[in-house]
Every structure is written in C-alpha cells, then in structure tokens.
Design a protein around this ligand. Structure first.
Ligand SMILES: Cc1cc2nc3c(=O)[nH]c(=O)nc-3n(C[C@H](O)[C@H](O)[C@H](O)COP(=O)(O)OP(=O)(O)OC[C@H]3O[C@@H](n4cnc5c(N)ncnc54)[C@H](O)[C@@H]3O)c2cc1C
Length: 409
C-alpha cells in the first residue's frame, strides 16, 4: 500500500500506511525497523522523540542471568543472539560490546544459590561458569573482600539504550518508514473490532494516519492508550535511580556486574512495602556497568512511583556508599550526577506481546520492566511474524495481550 498524502480537500494531511507503530522507545523503534525491513509501509509516531522515555534513562545490559526462568529467559537467550547480528549489521555505533556479565555473591549469600541459578541458566542453553574469589578477581580485580564468588555468563553484552533506539529509528526511516515526532495523538478512531485512524497535531500541522495494522509500543504511555481502546494494560512505573561517575582511563570494572540480591529486589516487589531494611524499601540491588565513554553507571533502585528524571540526593548517596563497600577504589572517583528512569512494570512480571482478540488489527509490545533493552530484538521479530500472520518462532501464550481482560475470550 502506497503513502497517499492528499492536501486538496482540506488542510489535513491524510496518510495511509500498512502499520502504524505508537511509541519510539527501544521497543517501538525496533518494531518499526523490523516491519519496514519486511517491506511494510510504516508510520512511527511519538509524542516526543526517540529515546526520550525509559530507553534513554537506563542501563544497557543484555542479560540472561537476571531473567526469570521460563518464557522471559527463553526470550532473552534468543534476543542476545539477535543483538549480536543487529550490532554487526546496523552500521552505526550503538555502544555494543560483549565482555560477559557477572552476578556476584556477597558474604551473606550462600554460593549454592548461585549454583542453583547456574543450573537454571544452563538448562536454558546459557553458558554459565561459577567462579570462586580468585577466579572472580582474575576477571574483576577491584572487588573488595565482601564479594566472595560469582556467576560468569560470557555471552552477555552491553549496548547504549539511547544510541540503539536512535539507530533503530534511523534505520527504519532508511527502510522507508515515515516518522511523526512531537505528535499529540487524538483518541484513535475505531470500528467495533478494529482501529482505523488517528489524528496527530504536530507544530500546528494536522495529519491523519490510517493503518491496516497497529502496534502499541508506548511503554508507560501504553496503559492510557489501552484504556481508550477498552484494553486493560495494568502497567505501573517502577522508578530506577542510577549514578554516573567521571570518566576514567581504565574503568574499575570491565563488564556489567550485579549482586545476587539484585534478583531478590527485582522479583519481590512486596519487599518495598514490608521490609524494615531501608535499602529493601527502595528496592535496592547493587549493579555497576562501564559505559563506552569510560564512565561507570552505579545503581539501582525499584520504587513504585513515576516522577522526573532528577536524582534524589539521599538515594544517590546510598547508591555510592553501597558501591564503595564492594569496590573500595571507587572512593577516589568523582560522581557527576544521579538520574532516574521508570520501568514499565506488569504485575505478573511478564511483558505483554501479542495480538489482541478484541481489536483484531492491534498488536501490542509493551510492559518489559527492566528487560526492554535485552528483549527489543526478539520482541520486534515476533511482532514481524504476527504482522505477516506467520507461524511464531516462540509461543506467546503466557504473554497474551488479553490476559488482563475480565473476559479474555
Ligand atoms: C534504571 C533502569 C535501568 C535499566 N536497565 C536495563 C538493562 O540493563 N537492560 C535491559 O534490558 N533493560 C533495562 N531497563 C529497562 C528498559 O530501559 C525498558 O524496559 C525499556 O527502555 C522500555 O522501552 P519502551 O520502548 O517500552 O518504553 P520507552 O522507552 O519509555 O518508550 C515509549 C515511547 O512511547 C512514547 N509515548 C508514550 N505515550 C505516548 C502517546 N500517548 N502518544 C505517542 N507516544 C507516546 C514515549 O514518548 C516514548 O518515547 C532499565 C530501566 C531503568 C529505568
């Protein structure tokens, strides 16, 4: 289907596409890139610009070790492979490298917990090596005595969420996608079972986009759009604070490292309400990640509230103190700033990916919480398969779009 701008009848610009993608974060940009690459005429719509949502305020750890065994881990294993191909083929610097990742055990954690995690990962096809303290120090010599063992996954990688989102949106354009930035969307016009068209206002211009299929990939904005469509998507903001250090000639760590306790904070949201420990009330789990610019990102929290991107001074101090307790040499490194992003959290802790039964031309790709950078390529691949009505390379039964409807049939 060709683009058909028609300016003769009114001041409204009418555009018809095969697929309209709403949201230009990492998920929507990856979907637009994939769909344009498959030959669809795509419109990519954002109320702001690419990477101005969560995808521009996060770490970029392409991880398997932090994933819940089951569908999320299976998606991550496949996506890690797709990231390698994407980084090699996209032709832009997206800050990708594959130094592996470490999950560290501290003195209060029994190494047998790491062994159990390693077994689950190996069962899913992940290469996972247990390292004692000398083996850990051979990889990361700056960890202090509090850290006594680690799980090393050599297939894990990093990417810049911001650069990758921008690169995917740019390649979507090269592949023919039309983009509509800073575009306020009116309510989407619908028939009883289909989405039809939407009116956009952008810088005083009005544009009406009609599409055969739609992809809802608006991160935290998906909930409000879902409400308008009569589709419950119970996504909540789960804030994560990060701290950036100054640049170093040699960063103190060479790869993403997370404490085993990070998994406890990620997987047990109720702890934030019930624990007496102030760190658990903030959903704190230690992470450190080197950036392509030679800085370190220190983190992070999991707090159920949205808000601005500014760092909180008390939380920043806590994150730095906890990081110094594990990496003593950090005490001599200057901290530049704290900032925060909000993860799109779904109560059953699984993303929402699939085709709506109620709105039959609507595909949804949202709710990736702390896993959206990792899962972007596999999400885009699956959305491409759904759009072409092809057999799916992975089952999406557990991620169903309609699972929050009172009548999902
Ligand atoms: C501190 C922190 C650390 C993280 N670390 C990692 C990590 O190491 N690895 C990992 O895999 N993941 C990580 N994540 C998670 C990851 O960042 C998110 O899962 C991912 O960025 C979500 O992408 P998205 O495209 O769904 O949402 P977003 O990036 O928020 O994009 C949504 C887009 O939709 C647009 N939009 C919203 N509403 C509307 C509307 N009504 N009309 C038009 N446009 C709209 C927004 O403007 C935005 O551009 C982290 C997150 C945080 C906060």
């Amino acid at each position: 289907m060709a683009f058909t701008p028609d300016l003769r009848k009114s001041r409204m610009l009418d555009i018809e596409v095969d697929i309209a993608v709403i949201g230009a974060g990492i998920i929507g940009s990856a979907c637009a890139d994939e769909l344009a690459g498959l030959g669809f005429k795509v419109a990519l719509i954002d109320r702001s610009e690419p990477a101005t949502g969560t995808s521009g305020a996060c770490d970029g750890y392409i991880s398997t070790s932090t994933k819940v065994p089951g569908i999320t881990l299976e998606l991550a294993v496949e996506s890690q492979r797709l990231w390698r191909d994407l980084a090699a083929g996209i032709g832009r610097d997206i800050g990708y490298s594959q130094p592996g990742g470490l999950m560290i055990a501290e003195t209060e954690i029994d190494p047998s917990a790491l062994e159990r995690q390693a077994e689950k990962l190996r069962a899913a096809g992940v290469v996972a090596e247990l390292r004692d303290r000398p083996g850990l120090l051979a990889l990361e010599p700056n960890f202090g005595p509090r850290v006594h063992a680690a799980l090393y996954c050599p297939g894990e990688a990093h990417v810049s969420g911001y650069a990758a989102t921008q690169a995917l949106a740019a390649r979507a354009v090269e592949r023919g996608a039309r983009v509509f930035w800073r575009s306020a969307m009116a309510p989407i016009e619908m028939s009883s079972d289909r989405l039809l068209r939407v009116e956009l206002t952008s810088g005083g211009e009005k544009i009406r986009v009609a599409a055969e299929q739609w992809v809802l990939a608006a991160g935290l904005g998906s909930r409000a759009i879902g409400e308008q469509l009569g589709l419950p998507l119970p996504i909540e903001p789960r804030r994560g604070d990060l701290v950036v250090t100054e640049r170093m000639a040699r960063p103190l760590v060479g790869r993403f490292c997370a404490s085993a306790h990070y998994l406890v904070a990620k997987g047990n949201p109720e702890l934030a309400a019930t624990s007496e420990d102030p760190r658990e009330r903030l959903g704190y789990g230690f992470i450190v990640e080197p950036t392509a610019e030679g800085q370190l990102l220190l983190g992070s929290t999991r707090i159920f509230r949205d808000g601005d991107r500014s760092g909180d001074i008390d939380v920043t101090r806590m994150i730095v103190e906890e990081a110094v307790a594990r990496l003593p040499a950090l005490a001599g490194v200057a901290v530049l700033r704290g900032f925060a992003g909000s993860r799109p959290f779904v109560p059953d802790r699984k993303p929402i990916i699939g085709k709506s039964r109620k709105k039959t031309n609507l595909l949804v790709a949202t709710g990736h919480e702390g896993d959206g950078i990792t899962l972007a390529p596999i999400t885009a691949r699956l959305i491409g398969e759904l759009a072409r009505e092809q057999p799916l390379s992975m089952s999406l039964d557990n991620l169903s779009v309609d699972r929050f409807c009172s009548d999902p049939s």
